[in-house]
Design a protein around this ligand. Structure first.
Ligand code: LLP
Length: 440
């Protein structure tokens, strides 16, 4: 396993993160446990901010909370000067509970409910990213008669599918998100927004995908967005001030994943965007990036206790841990690949190929196929790296498993930011309602 951030091997062979032993964390907080290297999150945030600050361009880095949200995480992002992207009442409530400045929150979603939009408007969040025609009308209804206008960005589906390596117009055109660029929906949406005096169209948004290694997709998107930006200003006499290029930069789940450093990628994207705007006779507006995964994935490590083993002669050895698809559904969902180590025996030779299984009643509940480790035994502490994004946030209670605890570690200190779910939590929604009767 390659080590991220402050992860190191202590002389006695234990994995340490920020100087804190994984073995002592497991003893203190139990397993499964998600440990975040707080300094690494802050470093990644700076890798976005530094090239933007150096450019002198107006900018905001917006943390996509969907990757991992908690009150502590919202506070950390705000402390570093980031905005927050929320996509539901729950994420907005978390951000507001963290006392984040509402003017630095933006809201996404392809089906924001009336209640969510009202909540966002009442909290006076900075921006609502409108996604479809129904939403424009719903938002216009909610804001009608208000003294202040509500700032909106228009989400454009720019027809760039960053996963395919060929930026075909039909790629992401077939998407549930945003207004389609090719068919003229975007222009119609601009007309509709401009009709509503309670809404202020302040800019455009595009998001081209996730876990992207080849940043050239951003160039294609930036070129299309610059041309559109110029056209909207020219034809509709709208004065826009923001371009949000979304998130999507990839991370190194395994050694084979190759990603340029964030600061270089951001500087490159900024450069091609500047060129694209200049080609349309425009200077750069405020530039927003909206990363999730690349800020938190590598900072997260999940610790599990090994519980049982099954060796099928000449076929495979299964090693089962006390978590699984309930805290990390990404292999089951996407075939995601991870690396692991034995956090209590880092110096032992890795000479055994084993497959790491979870404890759910489902054959697909696997964390890693064919990991090479020092032969794991019950009682060992298995660490799976790069589990900081879309793991806890996609965790479930399948099999009525409790969600793990989450700690932040920094400078030799650990702090609990999400406590482990208890059995009482697991039955806390159960009610014993009398059957209701219809008629006499
Ligand atoms: N902005 C928008 C509008 C998005 O839809 C997303 C991610 C982001 C920003 C952040 O993208 P990131 O920087 O994290 O790539 N559950 C999947 C990932 C889903 C991403 C959804 N949207 C996974 O586990 O890989």
């Amino acid at each position: 396993m390659h080590l991220h951030g402050t992860s190191k091997i202590a002389p006695e062979g234990h994995l340490t993160i920020a100087g804190v032993s994984a073995v002592s964390l497991a003893q203190r907080y139990g397993t499964p446990l998600i440990v975040y290297d707080e300094q690494l999150i802050r470093t990644r945030m700076h890798e976005y901010l530094d090239p933007l600050r150096a450019s002198g361009v107006a900018h905001a880095v917006v943390y996509a909370c969907k990757a991992f949200t908690s009150v502590a995480m919202c506070r950390l992002a705000a402390e570093e000067g980031l905005w927050l992207d929320v996509v539901s009442a729950g994420e907005l409530h978390t951000a507001l509970t963290a006392k984040v400045d509402p003017s630095r929150i933006l809201m996404h979603g392809n089906n924001k409910t009336e209640a969510e939009l009202k909540m966002a408007v009442e909290a006076r969040i900075g921006l609502i990213v409108v996604d479809n025609f129904d939403e424009i009308e719903r938002l216009a209804g909610i804001t009608a008669g208000a003294t202040e206008r509500t700032n909106v960005l228009l989400r454009v589906a720019p027809g760039v599918d960053a996963h395919t390596h060929e930026y075909i117009a039909t790629g992401k055109q077939d998407s549930k998100f945003g207004f389609d660029l090719q068919s003229g929906q975007v222009q119609r949406a601009v007309q509709v927004i401009l009709k509503h005096s309670s809404l202020q169209l302040v800019g455009l948004h595009s998001h081209i995908g996730s876990q992207i290694f080849d940043v050239d997709g951003f160039r294609v998107a930036a070129e299309r967005m610059a041309a559109l930006y110029a056209q909207i200003e020219r034809e509709f006499r709208a004065s826009l001030s923001i371009l949000n290029l979304g998130g999507g930069l990839g991370v190194r789940y395994t050694e084979e994943d190759m990603m340029p450093p964030i600061d270089r990628a951001v500087a490159g994207i900024l450069d091609v965007t500047q060129t694209a705007f200049a080609a349309n006779g425009l200077t750069l507006p405020m530039i927003m990036f909206e990363p999730g995964r690349s800020l938190v994935a590598e900072a997260g490590t999940t610790l599990y206790s090994v519980g049982s083993r099954k060796d099928i002669p000449s076929i495979r050895s299964y090693v089962a841990v006390d978590g699984g698809m309930t805290d990390n559904p990404r292999l089951a969902l996407y075939g995601a690949r991870y690396e692991a180590c034995l956090a209590n025996r880092m110096l032992a030779p890795a000479d055994k190929t084993v497959s790491i299984a979870g404890k759910c009643c489902e054959s697909g509940d696997m964390l890693i196929w064919d990991a090479v480790l020092p032969s794991p035994e019950p009682g060992d502490l298995l660490a799976v790296s790069c589990t900081g994004a879309y793991n806890y946030s996609m965790a479930s209670n399948y099999n009525r498993m409790a969600r793990p605890a989450v700690v932040f570690v920094r400078d030799g200190q650990a702090r609990l930011v999400l406590r482990r779910e208890t059995l009482a939590d697991l039955i806390s929604l159960d009610v014993d309602e009398e059957g209701s009767h219809e008629g006499p």
